[in-house]
Write a protein that binds this ligand. Structure first.
Ligand code: ADP
Length: 387
């Protein structure tokens, strides 16, 4: 070997040594992070496993190397693995949330980022996966959602409590009807010549009354039960009508006239029937309270449903009550904001979280010197399966 060749070989050896020292240093750096970082071949077998991965999953590198990650970690994917791999091959990266099982059998939710490494000819070689443990964040979010659901339910019960007198009346009326019809029946039967036609029609009226009463009880039960949110295709006009049944008596006893102007077509939206009823009942009860707390001669609530300019399903509740002080308008939807002696200040805040969870918005329409106007809009489902 010539001197020049020896020099070149020595240089190459030194360069390679420097490169591997460089790589080792980089690998040590990867060991500093708390994230789990590993590399897997296109066959999914692990070729690199950092300390973070050891800490998060409980598997030391020597147990993980050469093993399929998806099997080792029993990965639960947010979409089909084929779909995820297609995205990875198309854009060289993928991001999403995964659920993994640790060595001790407990699960961990990770925010996962995948990067594809290719050879000089563009052929996929391996995947670098970086996973951040977000289990605690997810648990905290779940706790908040649970607390919100409890609060929503509690406020609904409070509102129902305020409507007890009305509800009792609504149920009592058909019950009284049943008693009257029953008595009439007995009279028709006890005659020397029983009039069966009259008996039949009295029984029919009784059945209709009983159905009315059970319908009201059913509504109250569904409003008071604590159920999971059930999104379905609903008609906003029906939600308005269902809610009005429950405040009907409250309007009558407080001598408030209701003007109802419903869109003359169905207003299909995707939503939870009970929660949307809660929104509307809250707005109506607030309107009634605003009228009864003032001394305005005009005692009127106008409820309008329509398709608004942005093609959304809109419901508007306008009252002739005390109105809203412009200084308060911005605070109205904040939790615990109330101007009432016995108010809780959660009604509108819950209305807002319900409407926003449905992809809509709720707001106050300025109406200086007059009563309040509150309205909400929900995305309208264009293709109404039932129309
Ligand atoms: P609460 O009814 O317990 O006070 P809400 O969140 O429902 O809680 O309402 C917050 C506040 O918004 C009320 O205290 C009142 O000041 C104001 N408000 C809501 N609706 C109306 C209305 N229709 N007219 C006048 N003020 C209203």
């Amino acid at each position: 070997m010539s001197i020049a060749a020896i020099a070149i070989t020595t240089l190459l050896v030194l360069k390679n040594r420097a490169a591997s020292t460089d790589l080792a240093e980089k690998a040590q750096l990867l060991d500093l992070t708390h994230d789990a970082i590993f590399v897997r071949g296109m066959d999914d077998l692990v070729t690199y496993w950092n300390r973070g991965a050891e800490a998060i999953y409980g598997w030391p590198a020597e147990n993980a190397l050469g093993i399929s990650t998806h099997q080792l970690l029993q990965t639960v994917f947010p979409a089909g693995l084929d779909e995820i791999n297609r995205e990875l091959l198309r854009s060289d990266r993928w991001e999403g949330e995964l659920e993994h099982t640790k060595r001790d059998g407990s699960t961990v939710v990770v925010s996962s980022r995948w990067s594809l490494k290719k050879d000089a000819d563009g052929r996929p070689l391996s995947v670098l996966e970086t996973n951040t443990d977000i289990s605690q964040r997810r648990e905290a979010e779940a706790e908040v959602l649970k607390a919100q659901a409890e609060l929503t339910h509690m406020t609904r019960l409070t509102t129902l409590g305020e409507l007890t007198a009305s509800i009792a009346h609504e149920v009592n009326q058909p019950l009284a009807g049943i008693v009257l019809n029953g008595e009439a029946c007995l009279r028709w039967v006890d005659r020397d010549q029983p009039d069966l036609d009259e008996v039949r029609s009295a029984v029919r009226r009784s059945i209709a009354d009983a159905q009315r009463a059970s319908d009201i009880v059913r509504r109250i039960r569904s409003l008071s039960k604590k159920g999971d949110i059930e999104m379905s295709l609903i008609d906003m006009n029906e939600i308005v009508n269902d809610s009005l049944v429950l405040v009907q008596r409250e309007l009558v006893t407080n001598r408030i006239t209701l003007k109802l102007s419903l869109a003359n077509q169905r207003l299909p939206a995707l939503g939870d029937r009970i929660q949307l009823q809660q929104v509307l009942i809250n707005l109506l009860v607030n309107g009634i309270q605003a009228i009864t707390s003032g001394d305005n001669d005009l005692r009127e609530i106008v409820v309008t449903s329509s398709i608004d300019e942005s093609n959304q399903a809109n419901v508007r509740v306008e009252d002739s009550g005390t109105g809203i002080d412009p200084d308060n308008a911005r605070q109205l939807f904040k939790a615990f904001f109330t101007t009432k002696a016995n108010g809780i200040g959660m009604g509108l805040s819950i209305c807002r979280s319900i409407v926003e969870a449905h992809g809509g918005r709720v707001w106050v329409v300025p109406n200086p010197g007059r009563g309040a106007i509150l309205q909400f809009s929900l995305p309208r489902v264009e293709k109404d399966a039932e129309s």
